[in-house]
Design a protein around this ligand. Structure first.
Ligand SMILES: [Zn+2]
Length: 220
């Protein structure tokens, strides 16, 4: 087999594998495959300033590619591999060489430049989600991306059944890191090149116990 082939296709994404086992994950461009809207993007208007800058602009392609690469590795490891296996196929993709080809529809990466105009501090933010104002790193976004790729399931109360730290306020980012990167430290981890982990149970790659808020107001 010497051609790029589809290894899995759902209404929410398609994953392709090339002959060298690279995996490219393409979010569906359908409006039903995203929770993002352009109206959620920030203003990028910049005041004219002499020496100091403080504004947002669309991030450069290099920064976007870096995020998409990191997201691709984490999604391949935590969702695509299990989805392919659940589909009855053998996973032969190279997790470490997986990438996302584009952000989900209406998501965009912005950079905030602050400080000296020649060497400003740069902080990156992913905008677009209707549920979450910004994601500040690929690790913050990946649980929410997996939720999008699972078709945006809702809890019984109508809230997103998503395990990201914003939708699921009970989860701390360090718990999420542990779940996604079981061998890494709690936080501020560098994105490693992840080997294929031990075989996990099929189906949902990430599960968060449902928090029972109904007990909070229980009379004593
Ligand atoms: Zn979320």
């Amino acid at each position: 087999m010497d051609e790029t082939r589809v290894i899995i296709s759902t209404p929410f994404y398609t994953a392709y594998q090339s002959p060298n086992n690279r995996v490219a994950i393409v979010p569906s461009s359908e409006i039903t495959a995203t929770d993002a809207e352009l109206s959620r993007h920030p203003s990028t208007a910049a005041r004219q300033e002499d020496t100091e800058v403080n504004h947002l602009e669309v991030a450069d392609e290099e920064a976007k590619a870096d995020w998409k690469k990191k997201l691709g590795v984490l999604v391949a490891k935590n969702l695509i591999k299990a989805a392919v296996e659940t589909d009855g196929k053998t996973w032969t993709g190279n997790v470490a060489r997986s990438t996302l080809l584009s952000f989900p529809r209406n998501y965009e990466l912005f950079v905030k430049k602050k400080g000296d105009r020649h060497v400003p501090r740069k902080d990156y933010y992913l905008y677009g989600s209707q549920h979450v104002r910004t994601f500040r790193s690929p690790l913050e976004f990946v649980p929410h991306l997996i939720w999008l790729f699972q078709g945006q399931p809702l809890k019984t109360d109508g809230d997103p059944d998503c395990s990201c730290k914003y939708c699921n306020s009970g989860a701390t980012q360090s718990e999420i890191h542990k779940r996604l990167l079981p061998h890494a430290g709690p936080s501020r981890v560098r994105m490693p090149v992840l080997p294929d982990g031990p075989k996990k149970s099929k189906g949902a790659a990430i599960s968060v116990p449902y928090k029972d808020y109904t007990k909070l107001n229980k009379p004593s």
